[in-house]
Design a protein around this ligand. Sequence first.
Ligand code: MLT
Length: 338
Amino acid sequence: MNLIKTVSSVALAATVAAVTFASPALAKNFKIAVGDSGGSSQEATGLAFKEKLEELSGGKHTATLFLNGQLGSEQDTVNEAAIGTLDMSLLAINNVTPFSPTVGVFTLPYVILSLEDAETLTQGPIGQELTENTINDAGVRIIAWTYTGFRVLTNSKKPVKSVADLEGLVIRVPKNEIMIDTYKSWGISPTPMAWSETFAGLQTKVVDGQDNPYTTINAMKFYEVQDYVTEIRYIFSIEPLIVSEQVFQGLSAEDQAAVLEAGEYATQASAQFLRDKEAEIKALLVEKGMEIHVPENDEAEFIELATTAVWPKFYDSIGGVEKLNAVLAAIGRDPVSQ
Ligand code: MLT
């Protein structure tokens, strides 16, 4: 009797397994948290991903974008994705760094000097290695890269043309040690604040300024509360689309392939978005009343102070000076010594 029971349970389990294996995967609507609002580079990446995923899956799978930090601060979304309660998130790489320090190499000031540098690094072996690191460290997989452009400084108080002009300004920065230390190298102590709180912080004048790329400043309507721009261009903002590794591993091999291909398509679409839109958006910000300044001596003072003080401090967290040198070599720049 017992034997019959056991055999029939095994047979039942095998039948269930066979049916599960053979049945087509369920249609999925990937929930994507997006830190920025409509019109942003992040949204452009998310929409391109959705469009390609729908095409590749014959309309079976889709994605819904939750813009403007509706699903929480960017750093919180990394935790949510890690435990599988959120499918995907589009966020700035600086907000991934606290969970996977080696990606900090992309946030070191004045390392990436052009969109082409950013494309070379993210789409080559270095991007692949950092993707593997984020899976292991943070439980999230980078499937697309958004190229948002150089971060420029904005503030509501005064024109800034030199490091000395920063004195007296309260500047919001992400909760990112590299960015905090960069401002310290310029002589001021910035205020770390979540991205989702930044507009309110600027509006209520808890902080005087912040930095982000032109496309982000426009999408977030910072021109309503900020008057002056300084092209410090210290970081080229890279903003990945991450998927929960748990969610990814739960997909069939075919669906995983579709997600990865849609991600590659979104990466290319993002570069195109920046090439097409950045100059137009900068002009629009001037029309809206923002005053743009270029630092004296082509940022030389900002570059010298930041690279000297900040790079060596973070060699250990990015995996050693050799990791920085690999990045510099990949974009045709000279190595640094320890
Ligand atoms: C930040 O400043 O925290 C980020 O760059 C915001 C963003 O994702 O655009």
